[in-house]
Design a binder for this molecule. Structure first.
Ligand code: UD2
Ligand code: MN
Length: 637
């Protein structure tokens, strides 16, 4: 079950920039926290912003920043100016107990004022920008399921405290079937006293965040829809640059920099403006370092909009009409996950732009775990959503997603077939000739129980009562989303990879995707689930994909997800290292004649060794069976 939970964790944990040992390829390189930017090309900025001084919106011309009232710190109140909160020793037990409710430090949140002050974290260049365009108005849509009172209300108060009043039409809260009493009438009474119109809508039954957002969007009166999660804090000047960018280009979908509000102590930690959004083969959203070409495109001006391949999903603004024109959301997606990549691909492939606006900062409480239920099971929901993204938008690259998710072949849209024209003989035995350390039934039952827990949903009960009995996850109907893609004449996923995301971890051209089997040992290369920096493994070929799936690419990489086979010296060891796409230690040549895999830098071959069969090494090329590997390509090598 843990791997399923990881689908979720992957997204949540990634933003801790303070931790250099997080195994992310970009580590702390992007660690400049956005506070010390320099405005190198002021003249360029002026030109960019001029755009004739007109916009399609009948909105407001803003000539000065900081029209919103500035919130000053409340003396003696914990957490002011975004500082960490220390929970008194005697409340330690209570803190632990209450952490479970929302998966963040609820006691700390309750100690902080709903109106707490924050630092102005913007680059200097952002504070003096004067947009010569009329800004449209926006409605802010916040969906929630069982959100804590203090985090929800602090989100709302931070909007009121730090947004020019004229720009915010209303706040629309969508309660997705919460079970907490405070989110009922008490909430309605409270928001009625606020100085901005706040509407409360209720989905009635649990719909998931995607359909809840669609419900909220229907009620929007402003020209722009701004979505926020229910545990955010908006900083000074967060809204204007988002709206200004849309005023310049109504097909721009724009995100703030999402800063980190610590789930442990509610400290406000600024995130880097040098990272953008990407994804791996499992279709987990990830932050990666912005490549040089995007810095160059912006003339090195870090305050300029950053074109990002993908967005985190929770915090963004979009022109209301464009939201619908470009296909709003996939109604077929449940609860949580996938909608952010779906929208990212769709916007880029169908003629829009997706940007991070570095002058806009909003904090968000990132959690390690999800606090709420996923009816039917986390895996079922997250895999279904991801499969819908892969099927509709990713063309042949959907294979990378499926290859990383063994067992999801049927449930996630693939097919498993017996080729009846192909016959192979096999010696079937009455019992196994080798030992099962710990006992046969213990091992087999363990494995079966694991698969039942992960894949069988409520039918796992049948297995546990008598024997395996499985039904598979339905992906749902995709006709509508596919015809949307056709009607909008959207471009291919190849186009997206070539033009928007050449640095992607999805190889653009590749010869082979599958297991890599060694002739001498009949074993397969295996990542063993290890991370970047750890050694490559070799083990019994199980044919289930996952850790035994590798791609051999046109750039001569041998990759598994975002890691590449890499050797820093002729002596090895052969490691998995985050792919850098620059050849060097990661360039390998497969020779289809003698089936060797040659390391270009050292001119040595990938080999297995008798005395240590689970550790492949580099050796002098001999052409022996321990250096022969099977890969078959449908393309020309
Ligand atoms: C991120 C996004 C989130 C969403 C998600 C993928 C950010 C900061 N957050 O995960 O917005 O795109 O990735 O789907 O980019 N909610 C409901 N009903 C549900 C489940 C959730 O209303 O059934 C609400 C929830 O209360 C919250 C919002 O949806 O306000 C997002 O959920 P989350 O905070 O658990 O997602 P997060 O931040 O882990
Ligand atoms: Mn969230």
């Amino acid at each position: 079950f843990t791997s399923l939970v990881w689908c979720i964790l992957d997204l949540l944990v990634l933003v801790s920039f303070s931790d250099c040992s997080n195994g992310m390829g970009w580590g702390c390189e992007g660690g400049s926290r956005g506070k010390h930017g320099s405005l190198k090309f002021a003249h360029q900025l002026q030109e960019d912003n001029a755009v004739g001084g007109v916009s399609v919106y009948p909105g407001h011309l803003l000539r000065e920043w900081s029209l919103a009232p500035v919130v000053s710190p409340i003396p003696g109140s914990p957490g002011e100016m975004g500082k960490a909160v220390v929970v008194p020793k005697e409340r330690e037990e209570e803190k632990k107990e209450k952490f479970k409710i929302n998966q963040f430090n609820l006691v700390a949140s309750e100690m902080i004022s709903l109106n707490r002050s924050l630092q102005d974290v913007r680059l200097a260049a952002c504070k003096t920008k004067d947009y010569a365009v009329k800004l449209p108005t926006t409605s802010i849509v916040i969906v929630f399921h069982n959100e804590a009172w203090t985090t929800l209300l602090r989100t709302i108060h931070s909007i009121i405290n730090r947004s020019p009043k004229a720009l915010v039409e209303e706040i629309i809260l969508v309660d997705d079937a919460s079970e907490h009493a405070h989110l009922g009438k008490e909430l309605e009474d409270y928001v009625a006293t606020l100085s901005l119109p706040v509407k409360v809508l209720r989905t009635g039954k649990r719909s998931g965040l995607i359909r809840a957002r669609l419900l909220g969007a229907e009620q929007v009166k402003g020209s722009v829809i701004t979505f926020l999660d229910a545990h955010c804090e908006c900083t000074e000047g967060w809204l204007e640059p988002l709206l200004a960018e849309i005023a310049k280009n109504r097909k721009a979908v724009v995100c703030p920099i999402i800063d980190v509000i610590s789930d442990e102590n509610f400290e406000y930690v600024t995130a880097s403006d040098m990272t953008w959004g990407g994804f791996n083969w499992k279709l987990n959203f990830r932050w990666y370092r912005v490549p040089q070409r995007e810095m160059d495109r912006r003339n090195g001006d870090r305050s300029q909009p950053l074109r990002t391949p993908a967005m985190a999903g929770g915090l963004f603004s979009i022109d209301k009409d464009y939201f619908y024109e470009v296909g709003s959301y996939d109604r077929g997606m449940d609860i949580w996950g996938g909608e952010n990549l779906e929208m990212s691909f769709r916007v880029w492939q169908c003629g829009g732009v997706l940007e991070i606006i570095p002058c806009s900062h909003v904090g968000h409480v990132f959690r390690d775990k999800s606090p709420y239920t996923f009816p039917g099971g986390v895996a079922k929901i997250v895999n279904k959503n991801a499969a819908r993204v892969a099927e509709v938008w990713m063309d042949e690259w959907r294979d990378f997603y499926y290859s990383m998710n063994p067992g999801t072949v049927w449930t996630c849209g693939g097919e498993l077939l017996i080729a009846t024209c192909s016959h192979v003989g096999h010696v079937f035995r009455k019992s196994t000739p080798y030992s099962f350390p710990g006992g046969t039934s213990k091992i087999v039952n363990h494995n079966n129980a694991r698969l039942a827990e992960v894949w069988l949903d409520e039918w796992k009960d049948f297995y546990f009562s008598i024997n395996p009995g499985a039904r598979t996850v339905e992906i749902g109907d995709l006709t509508e989303r596919r015809s949307l893609r056709k009607d909008l004449q959207c471009k291919s996923f190849r186009w997206y990879l070539e033009n928007i995301y050449p640095e992607s971890q999805m190889p653009l051209d590749y010869f082979y995707l599958g297991e890599m089997k060694n002739e001498a040992t009949h074993n397969c290369l295996d990542t063993m689930g290890r991370k970047s920096g750890e050694a490559l493994g070799l083990s019994y070929c199980h044919g289930l994909g996952g850790n035994q799936v590798f791609a051999y690419t046109k750039r001569q990489q041998i990759m598994s997800d975002d890691n590449c086979l890499d050797s820093a010296s002729a002596k090895g060891p052969v490691k998995l290292v985050r792919c850098h796409g620059m050849g060097g230690n990661q360039a390998w040549n497969y020779n289809e004649e003698d089936r060797s895999i040659r390391h270009m830098n050292t001119n040595r071959c990938l080999a297995t060794q008798n005395h240590d069969p689970s550790n492949p090494v580099l050796a002098e090329c001999t052409g022996g069976p321990n250096q022969q590997w099977t890969m078959e390509s449908k393309f020309k090598w």
